[in-house]
Design a protein around this ligand. Sequence first.
Ligand code: GDP
Length: 195
Amino acid sequence: LNLHKAEFVRSAVKTADFPQDPLPQIVFAGKSNVGKSSTINRLLNRKNFARVGNEPGKTIHINFFRIDEKVYFVDLPGYGYAKVSKKERDRWGRLMDEYFASEDTMTLGFQIVDIRHKPTADDVTMANWFLQTGMPFAIIANKHDKIKKSQLEGSLQTIRETLHLPEEIPVIPFSAEKGTGRDEVLALILDHISN
Ligand code: GDP
């Protein structure tokens, strides 16, 4: 997979905007500010491809990136930002419902959480959405550079327990800042698109 051949395709706000071709879709979800854009940029080794530091909660759309004409990276709208109105929250829910209804093209899901903190109630809800689809799924535990080595095991355990993850779901320590975990995430992606 040539990661240098990455292009922004579109921002979707409704089902009709979703790509209609059968390319596999790798889905990224996470709380606002968890580092979702930074993670996508790190995977692609780009600086400002997915926009970092978007005003949280203001971006209720799904961004589709096409990589090497072979696969989509799907950037779901961030959640859990306190200051959004009920109307925006409802819009988020509708858009997610619509996307998750298109299960056949969802190939692999990643949920990005902050390795420093116990996952929130919203994180638990999000993980359940993924688990219920039955599609392959992994957790990216981002901001690994912010914890001490001695905290790693405990952090991973807290994430696993709080999200009620079945044993086979990987929790990958990751740092969008330093590149930690990048190879592991890319290997998982390659595993799921080369068939
Ligand atoms: P998004 O809202 O989830 O897309 O989050 P962003 O990618 O915009 O990142 C939010 C903030 O976290 C930014 O200030 C990033 O520089 C910072 N950040 C993202 N990933 C990491 C990481 O791995 N380590 C550290 N230390 N900071 C990070």
